[in-house]
Ligand binder design. Structure first.
Ligand code: DQA
Length: 144
């Protein structure tokens, strides 16, 4: 499987950013951890983080025809970026949404995901395990 993992704004600060909410692992720690999981063995996984909405959208467009699936943690864009939602809906690439924290157990504004219904799966509050669950969902979907 060829998978693109996208992480949005402020996720570059994982490990130091509100660790009581997001934990002490950095994004690099999560990447190394995922690479060691047995289910990902033999897969090509590319990670990309940006704080910029347009860069996320460009990355989704350029993935067309090149990947079997996308895993995305859009950070706060989750809650209001219709442009991101439209990008996911446009490319016809199976996409799974991941949040480290449980967005339903926090502030009201976090309870809405504008991308949820253009994704084939949604994992929230599982910490880094959410990325592994998302991978398994894409694996099942692709049949690879
Ligand atoms: C997050 C949840 C979002 O509400 C928040 O804006 C983030 C991280 C998560 O992984 O729990 O930046 O997507």
């Amino acid at each position: 499987m060829n998978i693109l993992i996208l992480n949005g704004p402020n996720l570059n600060l994982l490990g130091v950013r509100e660790p009581e909410v997001y934990g002490y692992d950095s994004l690099d720690d999560i990447e190394s951890w995922l690479n060691k999981q047995p289910e990902v063995e033999g897969s090509e996984i590319a990670w990309f983080q940006t704080n910029h909405e347009g860069e996320l959208i460009d990355k989704i467009h350029s993935a067309m025809g090149n990947v079997d699936g996308i895993i995305i943690n859009p950070g706060a864009f989750t809650h209001y970026s219709y442009a991101l939602r439209d990008a996911i809906a446009s490319v016809n690439i199976p996409t799974v949404e991941v949040h480290l924290s449980d967005i339903y157990a926090r502030e009201e504004f976090r309870k809405v995901s504008v991308i949820k219904d253009v994704c084939i799966g949604h994992f929230t509050g599982l910490g880094k395990e959410g990325y592994a669950e998302a991978f398994k969902t894409l694996e099942r979907e692709s049949g690879k």
